[in-house]
Design a protein around this ligand. Structure first.
Ligand SMILES: Cc1cc2nc3c(=O)[nH]c(=O)nc-3n(C[C@H](O)[C@H](O)[C@H](O)COP(=O)(O)OP(=O)(O)OC[C@H]3O[C@@H](n4cnc5c(N)ncnc54)[C@H](O)[C@@H]3O)c2cc1C
Length: 396
């Protein structure tokens, strides 16, 4: 059996960025195994495409650090490689005194995390930037940008291949025994396994006895297209910092559509993009303490009821949109894609906010890479490889 130094499971933006970085440093042969027949079928091809500037991140977390560095790296990369990018900046808009307090608290968090160029703008400047948006003040972050996320992934994979990484598609990893990765078709041996399986990363980790207290509880993020809307950038409502999800916001996509979303609805299936029920996965979820402990928390019930409304009733979705864009009407919204967040919940039922990475002797497991995972991907790839290398050195 052929043995590689590194076998990466999952060719999303995280696995592919790690493959690219390993080959850039020329520190071993790299094989990436992907279960789908093509790229971008899951989070990396179904996100909002926002290159986040780092506001909203809790200072001192891995997420905050990776987002800040990743933002710069990603923008530079897109310009160098010709990946479509719009450096339009981000606005978080407040309408009331209470929301203004949140605006100032995220300004403080952003400044503490080191986000450059943040400033509060008044109604006149907001009207100039976004005439159709309703608000009294806004936090403006000039480093927010929009990218073609699928184009980015394809470019990264192409470069990783040119640097010598091998990608295999249509192979689902079903078991791992003593550094042998078993797919439905083949077996591969690795010196070091890197688990970047997104929505199934907990299952892969569990096969190796890792992260047994963690479960991914999938949260679908549904979008709507807002017909005939005119915005110039990305416009957010002040976030509810108790939850790891941002509220419904407006984004001008790289192909000039205006999309609203994503909401955050409990998904009865890890890949149930069309709201279908995956009975096997739902029963499996119902059998865990993680789910029941999450379900009994008041905060979660509130989140569920609000998002169930936006998931099933356009009238509730448009109400969220109208908070930002008052002239929007129910007739203006069209169905759009959905993505699913690989949210980790621990046994106590807590939704984990930060990324969870398990560095083991012969394997690394990347869990909870929720937003801003795409923004963070290049910085994160460097971080993971530095850690793997340092751990290997200190164990010799
Ligand atoms: C709705 C939504 C909006 C978001 N918006 C943004 C945003 O605007 N900006 C931002 O920075 N981030 C955003 N994110 C976060 C970002 O998309 C993710 O953090 C990032 O895409 C995660 O990449 P990944 O490679 O870990 O996962 P994925 O893209 O899911 O890749 C994992 C891959 O592993 C494969 N796989 C799984 N199991 C197996 C197996 N057993 N064998 C082989 N292969 C397997 C899957 O097929 C998949 O291709 C958003 C996420 C969502 C869901």
């Amino acid at each position: 059996m052929d043995e590689k130094e590194y076998v990466i499971i999952g060719a999303g933006i995280i696995g592919s960025s790690i493959a690219r970085e390993l080959r850039k440093r020329n520190i071993g042969e790299v094989l990436v195994i992907e279960k789908e027949e093509s790229l971008g079928r899951h989070a990396s091809g179904r996100n909002s495409g926002v290159v986040h500037s780092g506001i909203n991140q809790i200072p001192g977390t891995i997420k905050a650090e990776m987002c800040l560095r990743g933002n710069k790296m990603l923008r530079e990369y897109c310009k160098e490689k010709g990946v479509a990018l719009n450096e339009c900046g981000t606005l978080v808009v407040s309408k009331t005194k209470e929301e203004e307090i949140i605006l100032y608290s995220i300004l403080g968090m952003g400044n503490e995390a080191g986000v450059k160029g943040l400033r509060i703008i008044n109604k006149e400047e907001l009207n100039e930037k976004e005439p159709k948006i309703n608000g009294n003040k806004a936090l403006f972050s000039p480093n927010g940008a929009i990218v073609n996320s699928r184009g980015l992934l394809e470019t990264v994979v192409e470069e990783a291949k040119q640097l010598g990484a091998e990608f295999i598609f249509n192979e689902n990893v079903v078991n791992i025994k003593n550094r042998v990765i078993i797919t439905e078709k083949n077996e591969y041996k690795a010196e070091h396994i890197i688990n970047c399986a997104g929505l199934y990363a907990d299952k892969i980790a569990h096969l190796m006895g890792i992260a047994l207290d963690c479960r991914i509880i999938p949260f679908r993020g549904e979008y709507k297209e807002l017909k005939n809307a005119e915005i110039n950038s990305m416009v957010y409502q002040p976030p509810d910092l108790r939850y790891p999800f941002l509220g419904v916001h407006l984004t001008k996509t790289i192909d000039n559509k205006v999309i609203a979303g994503p909401n955050a609805m409990l998904s009865l299936g890890r890949e149930s993009y069309e709201k279908q029920i995956n009975f096997e996965e739902t029963i499996e979820m119902l059998e865990t303490k993680n789910f029941w402990n999450l379900l009994i928390s008041r905060e979660f019930l509130k989140l569920l009821s609000k998002n169930a409304k936006t998931s099933f009733f356009d009238s509730a979705f448009i109400k969220e949109i109208k908070n930002l864009y008052p002239s929007a009407k129910e007739d203006d919204i069209l169905p759009y894609k959905a993505g699913i967040r690989a949210q980790v919940v621990n046994r106590e039922g807590k939704m984990i906010d930060d990324m969870r990475i398990y560095f083991e002797k012969n394997s690394t497991h990347v869990l909870n890479v929720v937003s801003p995972g795409m923004t963070s991907s290049f910085a994160f790839a460097e971080y993971v490889i530095n850690k793997i290398k340092n751990n290997a050195l200190s164990s010799n």
